[in-house]
Design a protein around this ligand. Structure first.
Ligand code: SF4
Length: 343
C-alpha cells in the first residue's frame, strides 16, 4: 500500500508535545480559503511512498528522540486506506515502544464526519485536530490556525498529553526552524492574520552562505510546514547568523579519507558530481546523482535523490527526497557497497 507523502520531518517540536516525527501527506480536496499550502493540494503519483518505507524511516529514528508522531498535510483522511494502514503500523510501533509515543493527526474535516466515516482510524490515534482552516477566525490557541479547530484527546495517553493543551494559549506560538536542502523553513502555526509576512532563510546557490529573503503569504493551514517569522529554533536547526556559534558538524569518513563539511555546505554525492566524482567512479552501484548531504547549524542531513539503488542509514533505506539527520556512530551507505562512517 502506498501513501502520497509531501514531506517527512524529524525532529518536529512545534506541532504536538515533545520531540516528534512529522508525516505530511500530499493531496487535499478541502480547499480552505487562505490556505498557503496549495502545493499540497494536488495528489500526484510521484509522491507515492510505500507505507512500509514510512514506517521504516520512523523506526530508524533515534528511540530517545521520538515522543510522538504528527500526521498532517495536505489532508490525511483523503487517503483513508493508506492512512488506515499507516495508523495500524503506528499502533504496532507504539506497542513496541510500550505506549510511550503518541500519534496526533490533523484533519480539515469535522470530528463528527470523521467519527461517522473513519472510526477505526480515530481509534488508532491519541489525539486529533479537526476542522477546516478559517481565515476569519484567528486564534492564539496552541497548534491551531483558526479558533474553530478542535483539539480532541482520543485515548488515555492522549488525555494525559493533550487535555491541558486544549485551552492553552502560549504567549508566543511554538515555531521551529528546519534545515532543508536549499532553505531553512519554519514549522508551526504562527499567530497573526492571513497577510502576515513570512521570512525564509535560504542557503545560497553555492550552498555555503545563508541569504535572507522575505515574501508575502497567508496564515498557514492547520499543521503543515509553514514559513513564518523566525522564532527561537531548536538546537538542531539554529540559523548560523542568529545565535551562538553552531556545534561542530560531524565528519564523514569515506573509503578514500575523511571530509568534514563546512557549516552551510551542500555536498552532492554521485558519479557525475564533484568533488568526489573520480572516487565514486569505482562504485558503479552509486548513481550519477545519488544523494545530497547538507550541513547547517551543526547538523548533518542526508537526502536520497531518488537513486535507483537507494541510500541507507545503518542498513535502513531512506525514503526519497526526505532529509534524515546523520549522527556520529551511524553508517551511511550508498547503493550496495559504498559505506561512509559518520563520526
Ligand atoms: S488548510 Fe489544510 S485542510 Fe484546508 S485546504 Fe489547506 S491543507 Fe487542506
Amino acid at each position: 500500500m502506498k501513501i502520497q507523502v509531501n514531506r517527512l520531518h524529524h525532529p518536529v517540536t512545534a506541532l504536538g508535545p515533545g520531540t516528534r516525527a512529522g508525516i505530511w501527506v500530499q493531496g487535499c480536496s478541502i480547499g480552505c480559503r487562505g490556505c498557503i499550502s496549495r502545493d499540497t493540494w494536488e495528489p500526484h503519483e510521484d509522491a507515492a511512498t510505500e507505507v512500509d518505507d514510512v514506517l521504516g524511516w520512523l523506526r530508524a529514528l533515534p528511540v530517545d528522540r521520538v515522543e510522538g508522531v504528527t500526521i498532517s498535510g495536505g489532508e490525511p483522511f483523503d487517503q483513508p486506506d493508506a492512512l488506515r494502514e499507516l495508523t495500524a503500523g503506528l499502533a504496532a510501533w507504539r506497542e513496541e515502544r510500550r505506549g510511550t509515543v503518541d500519534v496526533f493527526c490533523y484533519s480539515g474535516y469535522s470530528l463528527a464526519r470523521l467519527r461517522r466515516r473513519h472510526p477505526e482510524i480515530l481509534a488508532a490515534l491519541d489525539a486529533a485536530m479537526t476542522g477546516p482552516y478559517r481565515a476569519d477566525l484567528p486564534t492564539d490557541l496552541i497548534w491551531r490556525g483558526s479558533a474553530n479547530q478542535e483539539l480532541v484527546p482520543l485515548s488515555p495517553l492522549g488525555e494525559r498529553r493533550y487535555r491541558d493543551q486544549v485551552e492553552n494559549r502560549p504567549q508566543r506560538p511554538p515555531l521551529q526552524a528546519v534545515v532543508e536542502l536549499d532553505a531553512i523553513r519554519l514549522i508551526g502555526v504562527p499567530s497573526g492574520g492571513v497577510e502576515e509576512p513570512v521570512e525564509e532563510l535560504r542557503i545560497g546557490p553555492a550552498g555555503r552562505q545563508l541569504n535572507r529573503t522575505t515574501a508575502e503569504a497567508g496564515l498557514p493551514p492547520p499543521a503543515v510546514a509553514a514559513e513564518a517569522t523566525p522564532a527561537p529554533a531548536p538546537p538542531e536547526a539554529t540559523a548560523p547568523a542568529a545565535g551562538p556559534a553552531p556545534a561542530e558538524v560531524p565528519e564523514l569518513l569515506f573509503p578514500w579519507g575523511p571530509h568534514r563539511p563546512a557549516d552551510g555546505e551542500s555536498l552532492t554525492l554521485g558519479r557525475a558530481f564533484p568533488p568526489f566524482a573520480q572516487q565514486l567512479a569505482a562504485y558503479p552501484n552509486v548513481g550519477r546523482v545519488h544523494a545530497r548531504v547538507v550541513a547547517a547549524g551543526g547538523v548533518l542531513l542526508v537526502t536520497d535523490l531518488k537513486s535507483l539503488n537507494r541510500t541507507f542509514i545503518d542498513g535502513v533505506p531512506l525514503p526519497a527526497e526526505a532529509p534524515s539527520e546523520l549522527r556520529p556512530g551511524q553508517v551511511l551507505r550508498l547503493g550496495a557497497s559504498l559505506e561512509v562512517l559518520v563520526r
